[in-house]
Design a protein around this ligand. Structure first.
Ligand code: SF4
Length: 453
């Protein structure tokens, strides 16, 4: 009877509607020649994952051998001359890449850029597109919304994403960009805690970076306790991409998980929220390990929400976004936000038009419960904050210019988001090539919006 039930469940799981319940559990890393003899126990160990993370293109060649096609290898070397992000990728994600079709693989695209994929940056890109530094009253704090702050205790991560919005400071200098990356150092956080103590309106703190995975258990506890003891702070969120790209840490780094559990318990005892925000981009990142890691966090009682960035060739197909949404929900992760890609350097190939975001949002809405449906937002360049993608004041689709307002955050300003030029008509692309016409198009869009600044 038990066997029959299992067979029936397997058949059901093959239905396309139930694809999200299939979590791959094969030994996929063994296809990588350098890891063919790595046991499941070794691959499951967070220390092995950290030690064997890929930091250089030559390491790719070493572990992949003949699986790495020469043209991809050369193209990745070219990519290193252009990208603002260094390489760091866990064996888990590296082994999930389809190296037979590396050029089109959504995981390769996110972490190992090809020189041939880069496009010229939009004329209005900015290194700090969201003006986080302008809204920073003390180092490591961005204070934009009245009751919420962003705290960046470190600027290192377990992986480096090519699409990172903070490429200006994350992950160390590259061939093309000088940056002042900093590791987690408790002594440097006092000014941030002092500031938060003196600001009674603040109730919500996002601990990001960088990535909370890179904080030691003692640092997780120190940050958690310091924040929770500030009377007016009601909610803290540890942000980490870790669950998506390195679930083994949740399963085998007991000290780290216990530190999180301790902070969560302290939060409960104070009647305050301690949650985790993570960052899955696409279904291909999800395996049985993701589900097991989430089971562990869920059993501890930790709520996890997901924030994804919309990226061309990674998750810009409706079916992929629907599947991702369902998989996350199934694992007890709440799909919270999908961001329109920020206008930062080296990312033009990733960006979609605003229209594409609106259409994907429209298609995803209704596929599952509302509380598990992500809100698609555009984080306004210049610091207007997050706005629903369909809440623009005016959208000149022909020239890819949208005009926005942020009535509460900055009531007397207007904000502009620009679609990637390569996705516009040939005529519009020609207009963008002329700086005088650029300004005319922008002035006309602002005038048509009726927004005064
Ligand atoms: S994990 Fe987050 S902060 Fe770190 S590189 Fe990726 S997107 Fe940037």
């Amino acid at each position: 009877m038990g066997v029959q039930k299992e067979i029936k469940e397997l058949e059901v799981a093959k239905l396309p509607e139930l694809q999200h319940r299939n979590f791959r559990n094969d030994e996929f890393w063994k296809k990588i020649p350098g890891w063919a003899n790595v046991s499941r126990a070794e691959f499951s160990d967070h220390k092995w994952q950290t030690k064997n993370s890929i930091r250089k293109i030559d390491q790719c060649k070493k572990v992949l051998g003949k699986l790495l096609k020469e043209e991809i290898y050369q193209d990745m070397l070219e990519g290193q001359k252009i990208t603002p992000m260094n390489i760091r990728i866990t064996p888990y994600i590296f082994a999930l890449i389809d190296w037979e079709d590396a050029a089109n693989d959504p995981l390769r695209k996110q972490f190992l850029p090809l020189g041939s994929q880069f496009l010229e940056d939009h004329p209005f890109y900015r290194e700090d597109s969201l003006s986080e530094d302008d809204d920073s009253p003390v180092p490591m704090i961005t204070h934009r919304y009245p009751d919420k702050v962003l705290f960046l205790p470190t600027s290192i991560c377990p992986v480096y994403c090519s699409y990172c919005t903070r490429s200006r400071l994350i992950g160390g200098s590259t061939e093309s960009v000088e940056k002042e990356t900093y590791g987690a150092n408790q002594k440097n956080w006092e000014a941030a805690f002092d500031y938060l103590m003196k600001m009674p309106l603040i109730e919500d703190v996002v601990i990001s970076g960088g990535d909370s995975y890179m904080l030691t258990p003692a640092q997780i506890e120190h940050i958690g306790e310091s924040l929770l003891k500030i009377p007016h702070i009601r909610r803290i969120r540890f942000a980490t991409k870790g669950i998506a790209i390195f679930p083994q840490k949740i399963l085998t780094d007991d000290a780290w998980v216990m530190a999180l559990k301790k902070v969560h318990r302290l939060g409960l005892s104070f009647g305050k929220q301690v949650v985790v925000h993570t960052h899955f981009s696409c279904p291909r990142e999800i395996t049985k390990w993701s589900q097991m890691a989430m089971d562990r966090l869920y059993q501890i009682g930790i709520l996890v929400r997901n924030q994804a960035v919309l990226q061309a060739g990674v998750n810009d197909k409706v079916e992929d976004m629907v599947l991702l949404t369902r998989q996350l929900s199934y694992m007890n992760i709440q799909p919270y936000y999908v961001y329109q890609h920020d206008m930062v350097p080296g990312c033009e190939h990733f960006r979609t038009t605003l229209r594409e975001a609106v259409e994907i949002e429209k298609a995803v809405r209704g596929t599952t419960a509302g509380f598990n449906t992500p809100t698609f937002v555009c984080d306004l360049p210049g610091g207007g904050g997050k706005r629903h993608v369909a809440s623009y004041e005016y959208y000149d689709e022909e020239n890819g210019i949208s005009v926005w307002r942020a009535p509460y955050v900055k009531p007397n300003e207007h904000f502009l988001y620009f679609d990637p030029i390569h996705k516009l008509s040939k005529e519009a692309q020609e207009r963008w090539a002329d700086p005088k016409k650029q300004q005319e198009m922008i002035d006309a869009a602002v005038k048509a919006s009726g927004v005064q600044s």
